[in-house]
Design a protein around this ligand. Structure first.
Ligand code: IFM
Length: 734
């Protein structure tokens, strides 16, 4: 096991990661890695002074806009980082002059990003620069940057421009229209709104200078309000500049620009803001931390993944959820997938249940979009979007455009066929309820989600008269290498499970909250005929499972496809779909990500059919070697890690876990630039707690059956279950 804690120029300590060399080739992936945020917004780790071709971005939860006709996406918001330094007429920038020393460090405990640079200008003047930034967790509308500047070899005339950049882009498209800008006693402000969704944003900023005689001035290029100051910095004397920023949108307040100005006027000193922010982080970690002793790299990687989840989850807004790439990148345009409910949610359900509740309430808020989708396809009830944004309407693009002039467009079928998401959401609702006992939320939100999606399934299943069974045809399972299949085991079994729970929930509601039951009965047309049909489907929905071999067939006909030995394709650096083409992968027994194994994992929690150790062993033996685990989906490795732990395959469990844990830190898949792999981050928590910790939640209490990786001397975490905290302090059996 590598516990040296250093690779790819990142070094790892228990609570911090450091980059000790700047590599322009890693500019974009490191912008993702050094993302900070506070659940309201996420800001990529771009440099304050800018860099050629950089991709700076700040995404605020729920601020979606349209690129007309083509996409709905999270709009990149005005850039609050902009801070340029000119020393004796030479502008500080890392692509000019010489970097004499460099360290960028993300402190996960306190949520602070630091950068220390010794820079020699092209004319040979040396400056020490120390940057710090944070997005306050104590007050999510407050952001701060501190820059400490020290001339090393002679006095220097310094000019600083601290701006709000109102021209952010989403890969060439500017979502913002300028409305106004100005200055107040405390600084500058900008007012803009999105072009189509008309979300207004107000940002204000102030700055203080200490350690030099300096006056602030306002310069007002339209869309680019700027605070400027010029001062003489004496050699070896440090000058400190503190830029604070406030931001609101019309999603939270009626008059965002006034709110930003008022907040700015009331702000205490930077140091006070920082202390409050640190206290808030300390409280969060009291509940959500996972301690590992004996493996520094794993310890840091776990905390890093949890940090990235914690900064992308809303504490105060129930109308938003976590995008697949969190709030850290342009990938998937800020859309929300099953990644949240199945991969990310358990971490919140068990350590920050109020956040889990918010995330699920987003699905309640978007039920009408799901109803419109069902109606569009000719079904009843609510059919959740494969990719969802603000309204819940389907936002998966229909076509992927070619990146060469004569390439072909590729139809994206997930929007039409990857329908298991409706059951995945019901599954998450059910387990949130099981874990928290939050009956009020179940009454007000959860029940309606489970019931109306059940109604969708009742209209989606088909009766096969010859076989006398219900079937679900023309779907895509979790494995997206097979794009049109019938009777996908994962989909069918999840639907069966879902309908069973729908019957239970309606009975429960009728007994506990008769008025609400009556209301939903009327609203959703829950007739007794519908209830009978629901039970009939539960009994007669076909699951392709062979009790003699104990093998579940991924979908009807999967075992008849051409078999494949993935070793024959090694060494490779591309996915099997890229090697074989879409059609080629479609025709073979090769999986992008766990499908049957995903089903077994989902059924594992409560020991539901067909989960048993024997079934798991058989299906693991069949499907794991056929899964493109390294180059397929990033959702796969954490799930394989958990199942490998269950089967006692400790080395494989650790290998898969590290693959997931380092996916962004070490850019394992080469696409960290697009943003954090949120599902993988959630999977990391599950791999540690449910896999290595071996937590089972079947009875009244969570119970641990640990399988610690070799070298781990301690694994400690807390779980919130049925209103009580349970603490686990696991050690290897000596
Ligand atoms: O939701 C996933 C899907 O399972 C695989 N492709 C990427 C999506 C977003 O992460």
């Amino acid at each position: 096991m590598d516990t040296t804690g250093c690779s790819h120029h990142l070094s790892y300590a228990d609570w911090s990661l450091s980059e000790t060399q700047f590599d322009p080739n890693q500019l974009h992936s490191r912008e993702t890695v050094f993302t900070i945020g506070n659940g309201y917004l996420g800001t990529r780790g771009s440099f304050e002074e800018g860099y050629p071709h950089a991709l700076p971005a700040t995404f605020i939860r729920g601020v979606y806009d349209e690129v007309p006709i083509v996409y709905t996406e999270l709009a990149n918001c005005p850039d609050w980082l902009s801070f340029t330094i000119t020393a004796d007429g030479e502008r500080f920038r890392l692509d000019r002059g010489e970097i004499l020393s460099y360290e960028r460090q993300l402190d996960l405990h306190w949520g602070i990003l630091n950068r220390r640079v010794r820079w020699r200008s092209p004319n040979g003047k040396t400056l020490d620069l120390d940057f710090q930034r944070f997005a306050s967790l104590a007050d999510e509308h407050v952001l701060g940057i501190r820059c400490q500047l020290t001339p090393v070899d002679c006095d220097s005339l310094i000019e600083i421009q601290a701006s709000i950049n109102g021209y952010p882009e989403n890969q060439g498209f500017d979502h913002w229209e300028w409305l106004d800008q100005g200055k107040t006693d405390r600084g500058i402000w900008l007012q803009v709104h999105t072009r189509t969704s008309r979300i207004e944003l107000g940002m204000a900023s102030g700055m203080t200078v200490s350690g030099a005689e300096a006056l602030l001035q306002v310069t007002s290029v339209p869309g680019y309000p700027t605070l400027t100051t010029t001062f003489l910095a004496a050699v070896e004397k440090t000058v400190t500049l503190e830029k604070v920023v406030t931001v609101f949108t019309s999603r939270e307040v009626e008059a965002p620009v006034q709110a930003a100005q008022v907040k700015l006027a009331q702000l205490p000193a930077y140091s006070v803001l920082l202390t409050a922010h640190e206290q808030a982080w300390d409280e969060i970690w009291q509940k959500s931390d996972v301690v590992v002793e004996g493996d520094t790299k794993a310890q840091l990687a776990i905390r890093y993944n949890l940090f990235q989840l914690l900064i992308s989850a809303s504490r105060h807004d129930k109308r938003v959820s976590i995008p697949a790439k969190t709030l850290s990148g342009f990938g998937y345009r800020g859309h929300i997938f099953w990644d949240t409910e199945i991969f990310i949610l358990p971490f919140f359900t068990f350590t920050q249940p109020e956040i889990a509740r918010n995330l699920l309430t987003y699905r309640c808020h978007t039920l009408n979009g799901a109803r419109r989708k069902a109606a569009f396809y000719g079904y009843k009830g609510a059919m959740f979007a494969w990719e969802s944004a603000d309204t819940g309407d389907e936002v998966t693009p229909r076509w992927a455009l070619p990146n060469q002039p004569y390439g072909e467009e590729v139809r994206i079928w997930c929007r039409d066929r990857e329908i298991h998401i409706s059951s995945d959401i019901a599954y998450a609702v059910w387990y949130y309820w099981q874990a928290t006992g939050d009956d009020e939320w179940m009454r007000d939100c959860g029940a309606e989600i489970i019931l109306d999606t059940a109604i969708f399934w009742m209209s989606r299943v088909e009766w096969n008269t010859q076989q006398e069974r219900y079937e679900i045809r023309e779907v895509i399972g979790a494995d997206e290498y097979h794009e049109q299949v019938n009777n996908n085991a994962l989909t069918n079994r999840m639907v069966q499970w879902h309908l069973e729970k729908a019957i239970y929930v309606f009975d429960w509601l009728s007994n506990r909250f008769a008025d609400r039951a009556a209301e939903l009965k009327q609203k959703l047309h829950l007739t007794s005929e519908r209830c009978r049909r629901c039970q009939d489907i539960v009994t007669n929905l076909w699951i392709p499972y062979d009790p003699t071999t104990r093998l579940i067939e991924q979908f009807e006909g999967f075992f008849n496809l051409e078999d494949i030995n993935l070793d024959d394709y090694e060494p490779r650096t591309r996915s099997m779909q890229a090697l074989l083409s879409i059609d080629g992968a479609n025709k073979r027994q090769v999986l992008k990500q766990p499908d049957v194994l995903m089903l077994l994992y989902l059924m594992r929690g409560v020991g539901e059919f067909p989960y048993s150790q024997e079934v798991l062993l058989k299906n693991w033996g069949y499907y794991a070697p056929r899964t493109d685990i390294t180059y397929g989906s990033s959702l796969g490795p954490a799930i394989h890690s958990i199942l490998a732990s269950d089967l006692g395959a400790s080395a494989e469990a650790y290998e898969r876990f590290m693959q997931a844990a380092l996916v962004d830190l070490e850019d394992v898949r080469g696409n960290a630039a697009d943003g954090i792999h949120g599902a993988s981050a959630g999977g990391v928590w599950q791999a540690v707690v449910l896999g290595f910790g071996g937590i089972h939640l079947a009875g009244d209490e969570p119970v641990a059956n640990p399988h610690l990786p070799s070298g781990w001397m301690r694994l400690h975490f807390k779980l919130h279950w049925h209103g009580k905290w349970h603490e686990f302090d696991l050690r290897p059996i000596s």
